[in-house]
Each structure stands twice: as structure tokens, then as C-alpha cells.
Design a protein around this ligand. Structure first.
Ligand code: ARG
Length: 461
């Protein structure tokens, strides 16, 4: 049995079941890079302020580098009985450099150490998410550019409402993912705070310089309160909230693609690489990737809920419960990263079917608002214009035709203000092209949106 690093006061070994129950090595070994980075920063600082000698600091850093290469080469032997990533690395370091390895933990506790590791990890992963979000916005802009002239029914209540351009529809998602990116970057300001130096909870008597460690690891600032530093996990909660919103946005897009790929809509054809068949029905092409992404959204919400629940009853400061903070994040990270990335890849090759969208425009009286606005512009109070248009729709519906198929006389029977120019106004293209207010679906607005997004993309690169 390996002797525990905290084993000084213990006479008996832990029960095997307890060792298995309490260990975190099986999952927190994912933090090895961050643990070594943090330890090197700590050792360097200890050397600089003279708590250990400069040579000892160099020895520790070289030893830590060796541990890193052993882990990356796969030759490192992880020991479950050493509990976690921190003790596994420290034990191996001490084997390599000898007793000086024991000096690494001066003025440090696993409580501030694990928090630094986790913050570094969240920082790195959110960086990965944001690169993929930028790529997704880029793909959406490219597809929007291709489809500035493609019109489809815009819906409310999933019922046909008004014509919009496909570009405008896609750019709505680009705006969501841009905000998601910005949310991540705002959250990162609070992630990049070094807790090292808080030690167990009360700080330390050693003359350390926490700011030096922060700088060394590329963080922006240091903790303001040592008790807060070791016991707060709201940086991870915020990250999980950001991830949840990203998944919610992706899930809505997936839902649309699922509907659009149904042959009754037929607005998109799913690329073979992103759909699957049925084992019994030979004709099927199912939108499984979209369905799974919609489904996996629940896991990410679950991770957020799990960490919120984990934290809600904990008195200050560190409690072992907090070891349960990592797995939900790791799982959410895998899901968010893969989902954003696959969505960007899939959208790049998705086939839109403009003819099917065009055909759908003539179902559902999408130009009724145009008629009402036409009458209102001629001085009829909008409520009356709305009523007259409603009556015209009822007639068209009875005859089984579109509004634009009614004769001038028929239309004039609802209001004498109707003239020949009404037919131009009722064109679906006109309904879109006349909405050029900033942020509208008109082509000038749409190219302005693309320009602004592209400028933003250039700025984040
Ligand atoms: N494995 C632990 C965790 O993830 C590290 C911190 C342990 N601290 C302690 N006082 N037992 O939270």
C-alpha cells in the first residue's frame, strides 16, 4: 500500500472501497497540463522571493517538465491510491528530483491548487469554444451571402407569417452565436483570476507574491479574499451557463433543420455525411445529427444544474463535495465543443432548396400585411385596413387562390382605395425588398449585416 501524502497522523489505511469512492485521479488527470503549468509558476515564484533557492526552483521546474513528457508519452504510471492528479504528479516529481520535491507544496494547499488548475482548464476550453463559434458565424455569413435572393416563409407560431430572405433567417443565428462568443469573453474576465496563495483558506505566512504566479500563467489578476478564492466555483457555473445558451441556440437551429428536411417542407437536403438511414424503411434519411444535438442540450443543462445544486448548501470554505465539480464540466465541454464544430461543418455543406421555399411562399397569405400596410399608407386607419384585408383573405381562401389572384374589382370591393399598383405591392419579392430599415430583411439591410459581422470576425482573429 502506497503511503498517503497526508498520512502522518493516520495509523490505518483507508478501506479499498473508500479509496475508490473518494479518488478523483480517474477523471482529474485531465488537468495534468494545468497542474504542471501552475506548479512551475508556483516554484518559480518561490525561487524568486527566496523561499526556496533559485537552483531548487530550476530543479523543480525541470522535474515537472520531465513529468509532463512522461505523461504525454504514455509512460507515466497513474496510481489510484494517490487520490488525485496533484499527488500523482508531486509523488513522481519527488521520485525524479529527490527530497527537494517536497518543497514544491510550500505556501500552497490542494485547495488553491485545484482551483487554479480548474480555472486554467476552463480558460483553455472556453478559448476552444470561441474559435469554433467564430467559425460558425463565418459559415453562416457565407451561406447568407449565397442566399440573399432566396425567399422563404418567415413564421410565427410555426405558421406562415411574412416572406423573409434565407440570408436574413441565417443571420439571425449568426447574431445569436456572436453574442454567445461575447458572453464567453466576458465570462473569461472572471475565470482568469489566480487563487494561488489563498493556501488552505486563510492565506499563508510565507512571503509569497501571488501576482507573479498570476502573470506567469497568463491570468489577469489575483484573488481578493482567500476564503472566497478556495470556495467559489461561480467561474465554472458561468462557463456552464454560457455553454447551455450555446446549446439552446444550436438546438433551435437543429429543430428548424429537422422541420425543413421533412419532405413536406423540403427546404433542405441533408448531406449523406450528416444523416442516417433506417434499418427497416429503405426510403428513410433521418436528421440524426440534429436530433442528437437537440438531445445533448439536456446534458449540458444537466451539468449546470448539477453544479448549482452541488454548491448551494456548502459552508465556507473548501468542502470535498467540490471534487464533484469537474466531471459535469468535462462532459459539457466535450458536448459543446463537438456540437458547435459539427454544426459549422454541416452548415457549410448543407443543400438549400430555393424552389421548395419559393413554392411555400404561396401558401398561407404571406402578403396580407402588405395589403393592410398599402391601405394604411393611403390613409385608412390601420385597424380598418387590417379588417378589410382579413375579408379579402377570407374570399381568396373560399376561392382557393392567393390574394394576388383576386381581380382588381374583387379587391376594390373591400376598399375603394385599392388601385392597379396593388399587384406590385403584393409581390413576395417586394415584401422583402421594401424592408430595408436597419436590421430588416431587405437586401441592403442584409448586406449591411454581413458587412458588420465580417468586420467583427476580422477583429476577433
Ligand atoms: N481532488 C480534490 C478536488 O478535486 C483536490 C482538493 C483536495 N483538497 C482537500 N482538502 N482534500 O477537490
Amino acid at each position: 500500500m502506497t503511503k498517503k501524502m497526508w498520512g502522518g497522523r493516520f495509523a490505518e489505511a483507508a478501506a479499498a472501497s473508500v479509496e475508490q469512492y473518494t479518488q478523483s485521479e480517474s477523471f482529474d488527470r485531465a488537468l495534468y497540463r494545468e497542474d504542471i503549468l501552475g506548479s512551475k509558476a508556483h516554484a518559480t515564484m518561490l525561487g524568486k522571493v527566496g523561499i526556496i533557492s533559485a537552483e531548487e526552483a530550476v530543479t523543480l521546474c525541470a522535474g515537472l517538465d520531465q513529468v509532463l513528457s512522461e505523461i504525454e508519452a504514455g509512460s507515466f504510471v497513474w496510481k489510484r491510491e494517490l487520490e488525485d492528479v496533484h499527488m500523482n504528479i508531486e509523488r513522481r516529481l519527488t521520485e525524479i528530483v529527490g527530497p527537494v520535491g517536497g518543497k514544491l507544496h510550500t505556501a500552497r494547499s490542494r485547495n488553491d491548487q485545484v482551483c487554479l488548475d480548474f480555472r486554467l482548464h476552463v480558460d483553455a476550453r472556453l478559448g476552444g469554444w470561441s474559435v469554433e463559434l467564430g467559425r460558425l458565424v463565418d459559415v453562416l455569413c457565407a451561406r447568407a451571402e449565397e442566399h440573399a435572393q432566396t425567399l422563404l416563409p418567415g413564421c410565427t407560431h410555426l405558421q406562415p407569417a411574412q416572406p423573409v430572405s434565407l440570408a436574413h433567417h441565417l443571420l439571425a443565428y449568426a447574431q445569436m452565436f456572436r453574442r454567445d462568443f461575447e458572453r464567453l469573453h466576458d465570462c473569461l474576465k472572471r475565470v482568469r483570476v489566480s487563487p494561488l496563495g489563498a493556501a488552505a483558506l486563510a492565506g499563508t505566512t510565507h512571503p509569497i507574491q501571488p501576482a507573479q504566479v498570476a502573470e506567469e500563467v497568463g491570468f489577469l489578476s489575483t484573488f481578493a479574499n482567500s476564503m472566497d478564492a478556495v470556495s467559489d466555483r461561480d467561474f465554472a457555473l458561468e462557463a456552464l451557463f454560457c455553454g447551455s445558451v450555446i446549446m439552446m441556440h444550436l438546438s433551435r437551429l437543429c429543430e428548424e433543420l429537422i422541420i425543413w428536411s421533412n419532405p413536406n417542407f423540403g427546404y433542405v437536403r441533408l448531406p449523406d455525411a450528416y444523416s442516417t438511414g433506417s434499418s427497416i424503411m429503405p426510403q428513410k434519411k433521418n436528421p440524426d445529427v440534429c436530433e442528437l444535438m437537440r438531445g445533448k442540450t439536456g446534458r449540458v443543462y444537466g451539468a449546470l444544474t448539477s453544479l448549482l445544486t452541488l454548491m448551494k448548501g456548502l459552508p465556507l470554505t473548501y468542502n470535498r463535495d467540490m471534487q464533484e465539480d469537474k466531471e459535469p464540466f468535462f462532459d459539457a465541454d466535450r458536448t459543446v465543443y463537438a456540437s458547435v464544430s459539427i454544426m459549422a461543418d454541416m452548415l457549410a455543406v448543407l443543400e438549400f432548396v430555393p424552389e421548395a421555399m419559393r413554392r411555400a411562399l404561396t401558401k398561407g397569405y404571406l402578403n396580407a400585411t402588405e395589403l393592410a400596410d398599402y391601405l394604411a399608407a393611403k390613409g385608412l386607419p390601420f385597424r380598418e385596413a387590417h379588417h378589410a384585408t382579413g375579408a379579402a383573405v377570407a374570399l381568396a381562401e373560399k376561392k382557393g387562390v392567393c390574394l394576388e389572384d383576386l381581380s382588381l374589382e374583387e379587391l376594390r370591393s373591400f376598399s375603394p382605395l385599392v388601385e392597379q399598383d396593388v399587384f406590385d405591392v403584393l409581390r413576395y419579392e417586394a415584401a422583402v425588398s421594401r424592408r430595408n430599415l436597419a436590421g430588416g430583411t431587405g437586401p441592403e439591410s442584409v448586406s449591411g449585416q454581413i458587412l458588420a459581422l465580417r468586420a467583427w470576425l476580422a477583429g476577433i482573429r
